[in-house]
Every structure is written in structure tokens, then in C-alpha cells.
Design a protein around this ligand. Structure first.
Ligand SMILES: C[S@@+](CC[C@H](N)C(=O)[O-])C[C@H]1O[C@@H](n2cnc3c(N)ncnc32)[C@H](O)[C@@H]1O
Length: 282
């Protein structure tokens, strides 16, 4: 695939400040997302000779996983808007000749037309300023009958991993849970009708949105888990907006550790999760 001119606007939700946080928590997140990643891959049915595009590839975990499925003729492009994450992914995986990383805004980047057999994404397509334009662009990059498969969150309240500990944080900060809207962000695609509309308007056919109840689990200690919960999602946002004393932070952390301990069964902490697996064809 030829390199094209890159014109990247930072997305409103994802900017270079988000990258280091993601890199820091990368291994912990990859462990927790493993069940749903398996499900995404079982749906995408990647073949050894496929040309695959991984949108919002972040640190490249899924791009690497695609590369392991490929043989002669197969190729995978990991596309991401974050320099930090893409450089991190390149550092780990650039030695693999079946992988190319492209720094771009996937909403308007000139991908090769009619080139990819498969487009996949794990939580990387909910941040577009103009989702219809973005999916038109993605549609153009697919071969006829090529397929799109991505996984996104359903509504926040059905995802314990996202909301656990929120009551404690709001109690100490007097802040309320941010309202979920269709603005770019992790929950922008909670509403299946909205996703269907976007994909239809972009020209996709055979659109299927499958709501799946699953789990997110970890073998981390309750303390490690509490630290992660406080470092990601709306909890982290609220905490970063408040100038809390270290005494208050440790009170919050201790209470969240207790919640994590209550979830511990054997050496595993588990959260209920609810996801939309979306598939469509060109
Ligand atoms: C929640 S992270 C998911 C990362 C990765 N897919 C994973 O599961 O580890 C969302 C990713 O989408 C990327 N992203 C956001 N907006 C983008 C855009 N317009 N074009 C390309 N990548 C984008 C972010 O930089 C980030 O890496």
C-alpha cells in the first residue's frame, strides 16, 4: 500500500494527552479485553491472504493479532490518529513485514480504494467528528463484499467495569456522572439504531448489530485493579478535573479497593460487560 499525504486533526476526544495513559495501562487493558477480542476475531473470520485495516489500532495489539493469522499475500494496516500510540505500536511490531502503521485521521485519510478485504476495530471508531463521512471513507477502502467488523460499548450503565467506584468518586467530589450523548466518545455508539443509520448512509449492506452480554476480568490484585479503575474512563476524567488532596485520593482508593475485593473470586476479579458487535458488507 502506498503512503499518502497525511493531514491529521486531533480528534476532540482523543488527543496526545490520552496516549501516555493508554500506554501505561496497555497490558492491564489487553488482559481485561481478551474475551471480547476473541469474540471480535471469531466474527471477523480473517483469512490468511486478506488485506486488513485496523482502525484506531492504538498500541497495535489487535494489528499484531491479525498479522499472526496472515500468510503469503496477506497484509494488515494499523491506522491511528495518535502519534504516541502509533510510535509505541511501531516500536513493538515494525519488524513484522506484514504490518504497516499509518498515522492518520481515518475519517478523511485517502486509503487505497477497493483495497481491503476486512476492516476491523476494537473500540476505535466512536471518536469521529463526522461518523457518516468517516464510514463513507472506510466503505470506499473496502473491496466489493469486503466486510467491516467492530466492537463498541453499549450504554455505560450496563458496563460495571466503567461505572464501578463512580458512586465513591461522586460522593467525594460532588460531581455527577457525565451525561452520555452521541458526541465523539466511548459511548457515542450505544444506540444500535444510530449506528445502523450511519452505516446505511455510508453505503454498507447486511448490517448486523449484535448486543452481547459478556465479562471483563483480571487476575490483578484488588489494589492494582482499583488503580486502573481510577485511571481510565469517566472516573479518571472527574478525578483529573478536581484538585483533591492526597488524603482524599487515598480514601477514595481504599473504598474502591474494597469494592474490587468484594468482586474477587479465587484469583479473578470480574465485571459484567455489554457490547455491540457490529458487522456489515460493502
Ligand atoms: C479506546 S482506544 C482503542 C485502541 C485499540 N483499538 C485497542 O483496542 O487497544 C481508541 C483509539 O482510536 C484512535 N482514534 C481516535 N480517533 C481516531 C481517528 N479519527 N482516526 C484514527 N484513529 C483514531 C485513538 O488514538 C485510540 O488509539
Amino acid at each position: 500500500m502506498q503512503q499518502k499525504i497525511i493531514n491529521v486533526e486531533q480528534s476532540e476526544y482523543w488527543n496526545e494527552k490520552s496516549g501516555p495513559k493508554w500506554v501505561k495501562n496497555e497490558n492491564a487493558l489487553n488482559e481485561r479485553l481478551s474475551i471480547l477480542t476473541d469474540e471480535l476475531f471469531s466474527r471477523a473470520k480473517i483469512k490468511a491472504s486478506d488485506k486488513v485495516l485496523d482502525i484506531g489500532c492504538g498500541g497495535g495489539d489487535t494489528t499484531f493479532r491479525v498479522s499472526k493469522l496472515l500468510a503469503d499475500g496477506g497484509h494488515v494496516v494499523g491506522a491511528d490518529i495518535s502519534h504516541t500510540l502509533l510510535n509505541h505500536a511501531k516500536g513493538k511490531f515494525s519488524y513484522i513485514d506484514k504490518i504497516n502503521f499509518v498515522h492518520c485521521d481515518a475519517q478523511n485519510y485517502s486509503f487505497d480504494e477497493n483495497y481491503f478485504d476486512k476492516v476491523i476495530s476494537r473500540f476505535g471508531v466512536m471518536f469521529f467528528g463526522n461518523p457518516s463521512e468517516a464510514f463513507k471513507n472506510i466503505h470506499g477502502s473496502l473491496k466489493t463484499n469486503g466486510s467491516l467488523n467492530f466492537v463498541c460499548w453499549t450504554n455505560m450503565m450496563e458496563n460495571e467495569f466503567i461505572i464501578e467506584g463512580m458512586d465513591i468518586i461522586t460522593k467525594y467530589t460532588q460531581k455527577v456522572l457525565p451525561e452520555v450523548t452521541k458526541d465523539p466518545g466511548p459511548f457515542a455508539f450505544s444506540d444500535p439504531e444510530y449506528v445502523n443509520e450511519i452505516l446505511e448512509s455510508a453505503g454498507f449492506k447486511n448490517i448486523n448489530i449484535h448486543k452481547v452480554y459478556t465479562s471483563i476480568s483480571t487476575k490483578d490484585s484488588a489494589e492494582q485493579d482499583a488503580e486502573l479503575l481510577m485511571g481510565i474512563g469517566p472516573r479518571a476524567r472527574i478525578l483529573s478535573e478536581e484538585n483533591l488532596s492526597s488524603a482524599k485520593i487515598s480514601m477514595i482508593k481504599n473504598e474502591i479497593i474494597q469494592l474490587c475485593e468484594q468482586r474477587q473470586n479465587g484469583n479473578e476479579i470480574t465485571y459484567k460487560a455489554c457490547l455491540n458487535y457490529v458487522s456489515a458488507n460493502k
